[in-house]
Design a protein around this ligand. Structure first.
Ligand SMILES: NC(=O)c1ccc[n+]([C@@H]2O[C@H](COP(=O)([O-])OP(=O)(O)OC[C@H]3O[C@@H](n4cnc5c(N)ncnc54)[C@H](OP(=O)(O)O)[C@@H]3O)[C@@H](O)[C@H]2O)c1
Length: 312
């Protein structure tokens, strides 16, 4: 049996349950590709799954390889593939219910894979899929953000936020972001029209009414967000489902998004990256064997852009 280096969990728990080890190398079935992983992005969902928060929803079988952001090269093909060939450089946000990308190899359905942006390296390409699809599916699919509309993006300096700011600006929206003061210049350079320091200002006082709120924080931030929406506006959360009854009281709409794999949208993100209209922000690069440290950094909640594991 061929093996590979991988970071697995055998039980749910703290960072100590992450095991860097030799694991069986997976094989692609029909409709799947084997990808040699060059880089794997770290996302908050990785440590949330490790801690067991999603075990009732996702029903993972353990041991599980974590990590659902990948950039790499097609190493082997299952039968019946239509688009991809050996040696293609690809990126993906694969199915989160299966083994992930903290590994030297991953099997992914062809329908979840797109050619990676040509102009950026694997490290930066691995920073795009999950956060980029989340920004796309919240702003465009759920909220229908249009040119001229106003959008408030919470945690604008984070993985999702830093891409959402750029996508919203590229759409022609007026973009407002919340962030600590040290991130304000960074966000203005990404295209934010207004930045609110959540430490010293209440955004509901500082922001004129908006058409869309992207909630990446939940809790009190989500509660206070209702009052900044225009009548008919929409609060989209990726953290906790906003209450329909509360939306009705405010005369607005609500949505919860759980990001889905989408090769077509990945291809669009790649096109924007190659056109220099979307920049992947990578704050920290660590070796695969340092996934524990990467997850601990991510869990602190103040990453600017992304943390990425280098595998090759
Ligand atoms: N439902 C889904 O499918 C889905 C998909 C993607 C993400 N998510 C969830 O969305 C959340 C954000 O994900 P992410 O990858 O963007 O996280 P992230 O990159 O870890 O976010 C870090 C950012 O949050 C900012 N931040 C922390 N507290 C803040 C506050 N009170 N107000 C404003 N900004 C604050 C920090 O900026 P400062 O340093 O300026 O504080 C930092 O830049 C996570 O909970 C994640 O699990 C859900």
């Amino acid at each position: 049996m061929k093996t590979m280096k991988a970071v697995c969990i055998y039980s749910y728990g703290g960072p100590e349950v992450l095991v860097y080890e030799d694991a069986p190398r997976p094989h692609p079935d029909a409709g799947e590709v084997l990808v040699r992983v060059h880089a794997a992005g770290i996302n908050p969902v990785d440590w949330k799954i490790r801690e067991g928060h999603l075990k009732e929803t996702l029903h993972h079988t353990l041991p599980l390889v974590l990590g659902w952001d990948v950039s790499g090269v097609v190493e082997a093909l299952g039968s019946g593939l239509t688009r991809l060939k050996l040696g293609d450089e690809v990126f993906s946000r694969p199915d989160i219910s299966r083994d992930g990308a903290y590994a030297e190899f991953i099997v992914i359905r062809e329908a979840e894979v797109a050619l990676k942006p040509k102009s950026i390296d694997h490290i930066h390409a691995a920073a795009l899929p999950l956060a980029g699809l989340t920004a796309w599916q919240t702003l465009f699919d759920a909220a229908g953000l249009a040119a001229g509309q106003r959008v408030l993006i919470h945690a604008a300096a984070g993985g999702v936020g830093s891409l959402a700011v750029q996508l919203a600006k590229g759409k022609g929206a007026h973009v407002i972001g919340t962030a600590a003061a040290h991130n304000h210049d960074f966000l203005r350079k990404l295209g934010a029209d207004q930045v609110v320091d959540y430490d010293t200002e209440r955004f509901e006082d500082a922001v004129q009414p908006v058409d869309v709120v992207l909630d990446t924080i939940g809790g009190d931030t989500q509660e206070r967000s209702w009052q900044v929406l225009k009548p008919g506006g929409i609060l989209v959360s990726v953290v906790s489902p906003p209450l329909a009854a509360t939306a009705a009281v405010h005369g607005v709409r609500q949505a919860f998004v759980f990001t889905q794999p989408n090769a077509g949208q990945l291809a669009e993100l790649a096109r924007l990256a190659d056109a220099e209209k979307l920049k992947a922000i990578v704050e920290t690069v660590l070796p695969l064997s340092d996934a524990t440290r990467g997850q601990e950094l991510s869990a602190r909640g103040h990453t600017r852009g992304k943390i990425v594991l280098r595998v090759v």
